[in-house]
Design a protein. Structure first.
Length: 313
């Protein structure tokens, strides 16, 4: 534990204010969400820091960043405070009504850019505010559990009782190349799983350890891929651009390259009956106060996922 134990109980109002600032990332936004003035929020945070024996936030030119003690405290109090807010209706009788805060959405950058954000554009036009965070699934789910995110598109199934998840869509993976490069590959030999057909063909990968390519090789060819990538770039959209330009072959989610496939910018090298897939889950926290805009975003994503699934086939 990174802060000292106190002899007395912690003030509930101060904890609520702390959690609002922690989740909003600034005293100004935390004050707006709490219906309090900025001086009041600052005073409450200072009192809480004195009781805990150390700082909870580092002040930045814009906003604040939590200290390890703040992360620890948020992990301990977020669940109970959200449950209490759900029971009491989320606000005291004399609180100041404020506009609903932005919906905090997390997910893989490529999936958000290609599918999720276009699907949510109409909601933004209707007044729903969004703050989007990209990153790895484990990190995003950790932020979801402590309330730093409201919804997460996750490529791994969340575990634990504090998070609810529902299948959203399946990513269908395809082995692709630019037409000129594909013409150099004997696809009949490849169809027969003769991998010498790919000898000398550069590999373009999302990461140096070839995670998506290795999975495809194991699932489709039933063998371990032993190779070094010719080009590594940590964004699947950039991988696609490199493949279209003829830099090499790669394995990509079909949704990401559907336009290029339709336009002939890339072609599939293989169409296995049992292609590898990856399920995308929509995750949210259990409990917490009612958030109509979060519910609207969740519903829209679930509805639009029906269209995404149709596009995969």
């Amino acid at each position: 534990m990174s802060y000292r134990q106190t002899d007395g109980s912690l003030d509930l109002a101060q904890l609520r204010t702390f959690l609002a600032v922690y989740r909003a990332g600034s005293i100004t936004a935390g004050a707006a969400q709490s219906g309090l003035s900025q001086p009041t929020v600052t005073t409450q945070l200072q009192a809480l820091e004195r009781q805990l024996g150390g700082p909870l936030f580092e002040r930045l030119p814009r906003g604040v960043t939590p200290t390890p003690a703040a992360h620890d405290l948020a992990a301990r109090v977020a669940g109970p405070l959200d449950s209490l807010a759900a029971v009491t209706g989320g606000a005291s009788a004399d609180s100041i009504p404020v506009a609903e805060p932005p919906v905090l959405l997390g997910g893989p950058a490529e999936l958000l850019a290609a599918l999720a954000l276009p699907s949510l554009a109409a909601l933004v036009g209707e007044g729903v505010r969004l703050t989007v965070t990209t990153g790895l699934a484990d990190d995003l789910l950790a932020d979801l559990r402590i309330g730093k995110l409201d919804l997460v598109l996750s490529t791994i199934r969340p575990r634990g009782r504090t998070v609810l998840s529902e299948p959203l869509a399946d990513e269908d993976f395809v082995l692709v190349a630019a037409p000129a490069l594909a013409a150099r590959i004997d696809r009949e030999r490849l169809q027969a799983h003769d991998l010498t057909a790919l000898s000398g063909i550069p590999l373009v990968s999302y990461a140096a350890d070839l995670p998506i390519l290795r999975r495809y090789w194991r699932h489709v060819f039933d063998t371990r891929l032993e190779a070094e990538p010719a080009l590594v770039v940590g964004d699947l959209r950039a991988v696609l651009s490199a493949v279209v330009a003829g830099a090499g072959i790669s394995v990509l989610p079909r949704y990401l390259c559907s336009r290029e496939l339709a336009a002939g910018g890339v072609v599939t090298l293989l169409d296995p009956e049992d292609a590898p897939i990856n399920t995308v889950f929509l995750a949210r926290r259990v409990g917490g106060p009612a958030r109509p805009h979060v519910d609207r975003v969740r519903t829209r994503l679930l509805d639009e996922a029906v269209v995404w699934r149709a596009c995969e086939h």
